[in-house]
Write a protein that binds this ligand. Structure first.
Ligand code: ZN
Length: 232
């Protein structure tokens, strides 16, 4: 049996602050659009961060009783630190945000554009284990168009953070709204969480689907049209 949990996210009549307030009012695990960061999050350089993380991870391994003098283990703390800062959590650093350039909509293409099956790897911020899946993005041009690979890059940037899937969905949607200057954005994410499959409840078949439908994508026939492209 394929168990699917659908978490509809707020639609885009909400402003960014509305989204945060709505979600913070109750016990939702998802508690706002912004990734919770300290005010001094960006004072250390990447090199300093890697040195600190390496030393701290070494301590974790040591506490667990692992022999850090073993050839196989001795460089693991450094490897983990490098991977955190340069790869899987690089989206915490705004300097890594992809530079986006837009083009005039010369083709006069006024229908929805769907970029589907964008593979991403993220990490659950509650357990620091991966969740992976596909993002599907749709938009209708308000006059400008975006390079297709940039849609991919925006997904990767927000995925490379300790994340929750609901926030990932909304962060991508809000950024696209701003970049493309339109409400007509849809984002659907279908993902599997290792914190559900490899531990805890150990359900290996369930998947989590989240969505954001803004502007024209609130209309049922547009959602149906989008679904027909995704099912193709
Ligand atoms: Zn988790």
């Amino acid at each position: 049996m394929k168990l699917k949990t659908t978490n509809s996210t707020p639609t885009n009549s909400n402003t960014i602050s509305d989204l945060s307030i709505d979600e913070m009012g109750d016990d939702h695990i998802y508690n706002g659009l912004e990734t919770p960061m300290k005010a001094d999050a960006h004072t250390l350089s990447d090199t300093e961060k890697k040195e600190k993380i390496s030393a701290l991870f070494e301590q974790i391994m040591d506490v667990m009783g692992m022999d850090l003098t073993d050839d196989s283990l001795k460089d693991t703390p450094k490897r983990v630190a490098k991977m955190y800062i340069e790869e899987i959590f690089s989206g915490l650093n705004p300097e890594n945000k992809p530079k986006i350039s837009l083009f005039e909509n010369k083709y006069q293409y006024n229908q929805m554009l769907v970029e589907k099956n964008i593979t991403f790897y993220s990490n659950c911020e509650h357990h620091f284990v991966p969740f992976t899946g596909h993002a599907h993005i749709a938009y209708v041009s308000s006059g400008k168009v975006i390079g297709l690979s940039k849609l991919n890059r925006i997904v990767q940037y927000y995925a490379k953070r300790p994340q929750v899937q609901e926030r990932l969905t909304n962060q991508i949607a809000m950024d696209l709204k701003m970049i493309l200057n339109t409400e007509d954005i849809a984002v659907i994410i279908d993902a599997k969480h290792l914190c559900v499959s490899s531990r805890g409840i150990k359900d290996t078949t369930s998947a989590t689907v989240t969505s954001y439908y803004g502007g024209v994508f609130k209309q049922p026939h547009k959602i149906t049209e989008l679904q027909s492209y995704l099912n193709r």
